[in-house]
Write a protein that binds this ligand. Structure first.
Ligand code: GTR
Length: 424
């Protein structure tokens, strides 16, 4: 009887949440942003104040990492999975002779299971250096789409499980790829379709994700509050791509950047927080659960995002639906985990859903940690005008237009990488 009433009340609670989320109306009024205090970056759990970069790294940074892995993205398993890399195809005269394209199958194996992903490397043919800087950036719509549906490019490895149906004009907003500029600037672009790691749908696709390779794999119904989900796995996949990149003699392992747009911007930040081999971390329009402060409840909220995309974050996060002020962390702390490496946060003028001001203010607040290293953060709390990037060790811009990655964005990211990598 007791059990039954517990189940009934849980059901009632669930339907209440569903009810509330279907009625959700996003706030776009700056005047209705609640008053809030950001959780401290430099005060430890035991109350001590951090004053040096060494104290940050040894004491406070692990505490902040723990918050994000226990409450937002889940814990990345530490178990080693073997990886085999096979060059499937190479075209030395791609992009009108500008680039060499390699398509590499990464086969991950463990516990008698294996899982494939296809990494595509686009390498400039006329670069001046023998070792080249590289930007890793997941794609949404398959490797072939990044090149305008080039038929010589293989479909993504997860094609059977999760075919990509978005085509033609619906592709707007998923990010454009400025290969000409990237090649001319002497950068390698490494990309992979994110569905190859975790097919991005909420209908129990966990069983087709890399999670199944690990000894502690559980199905959706048995997850713990801190079980990793898709963003955690995409971040894991980005680090596996890095494992391969650093083995290539023509890659400069000290000059690797990770960039991502939107949900893949959230992923880029979580990748950069965990994998310090990425010396530059770029978040393009990452919004809620990425660079934007949750406490502002502007545009997308914790309740809304965990309702729409329950498979992105660890199960615990949804408990903060309409309780953002009680969250023991906020997104400025995720950004600070990138310090002292280069961090770029960018917004788009028409992308209020991602809360541009919230992204900017989080980047401002992360500066405290950069100061411990004698580096500059944004050094202002006044949002810059459109197309006026600020580029210190933390960089920020807001550009005109919609939620997307444009040529303007790529130009700023390449400028920033040049500066951070001392290639100017
Ligand atoms: C939206 C989602 C955002 C953002 C975006 C994207 O629907 O609400 O958080 O991540 O998707 O990834 O395109």
């Amino acid at each position: 009887m007791k059990k039954k009433s517990l189940v009934m009340s849980l059901l009632a609670l669930t339907s209440l949440t569903i009810q509330a989320q279907s009625d959700f109306v996003a706030n776009y009024d700056e005047g209705k942003v609640p008053a809030y205090t950001l959780p401290s970056l430099l005060t430890c759990n035991d109350g001590t104040q951090i004053t040096t970069s060494a104290e940050w790294e040894n004491k406070r940074r692990p505490e902040v990492m723990e918050l994000f892995q226990s409450m937002m993205f889940g814990r990345t398993p530490q178990e080693k999975v073997s990886a085999q890399y096979t060059l499937l195809k190479e075209n030395p005269q791609a992009l009108n002779g500008k680039a060499t394209i390699q398509q590499v199958r990464m086969r991950f194996s463990n516990n008698g299971k294996s899982h494939d992903a296809i990494l595509m490397l686009v390498k400039p043919n006329h670069a001046q250096r023998s070792k080249l800087p590289v930007i890793f950036c997941y794609n949404f719509l398959g490797n072939e789409q990044t090149l305008g549906h080039d038929s010589s490019i293989l479909p993504h490895a997860a094609n059977d499980v999760f075919p990509i149906t978005v085509k033609g004009k619906d592709e707007e907003g998923y990010g454009s790829w400025d290969f000409d500029q990237i090649m001319d600037r002497g950068y390698v672009l490494a990309t992979m379709c994110y569905h190859d790691i975790y097919p991005d749908g909420k209908n129990d696709l966990r069983k087709h994700s890399v999670a199944t390779l690990f000894s502690d794999y559980v199905e959706e119904s048995s997850m713990q509050p801190d079980t990793w989900q898709s963003i955690g796995m995409w971040a894991w996949g980005a680090s596996r791509a890095a494992n391969y990149l650093v083995t290539l003699p023509w890659i400069d392992a000290d000059r690797m950047a990770v960039m991502g747009h939107s949900r893949l911007g959230k992923t880029a930040l979580w990748t950069g927080a965990q994998d310090t081999r990425f010396r530059v971390v770029i978040s393009n329009d990452s919004g809620c659960g990425g660079a934007a402060l949750s406490r502002r409840c502007f545009g997308e909220t914790i309740g809304k995002i965990t309702d729409s995309f329950p498979h992105w974050f660890c199960p615990l996060l949804s408990q903060y639906d309409r309780r953002e002020q009680e969250l023991p962390f906020d997104q400025h702390q995720l950004l600070a985990l990138v310090a002292p490496r280069g961090l770029y946060v960018a917004s788009a003028e028409d992308d209020a859903w991602a809360d541009q001001r919230g992204e900017f203010l989080a980047a401002c607040a992360a500066g405290e940690v950069y100061h411990l290293y004698g580096l500059k953060g944004l050094e202002t709390t006044v949002m810059p005008a459109i197309h006026q990037p600020i580029t210190n060790s933390i960089a920020y811009h807001i550009r005109a237009g919609i939620h997307d990655v444009t040529t303007y964005d790529w130009t700023q990211y390449l400028n920033f990488c040049d500066k951070q990598f001392k290639l100017q």
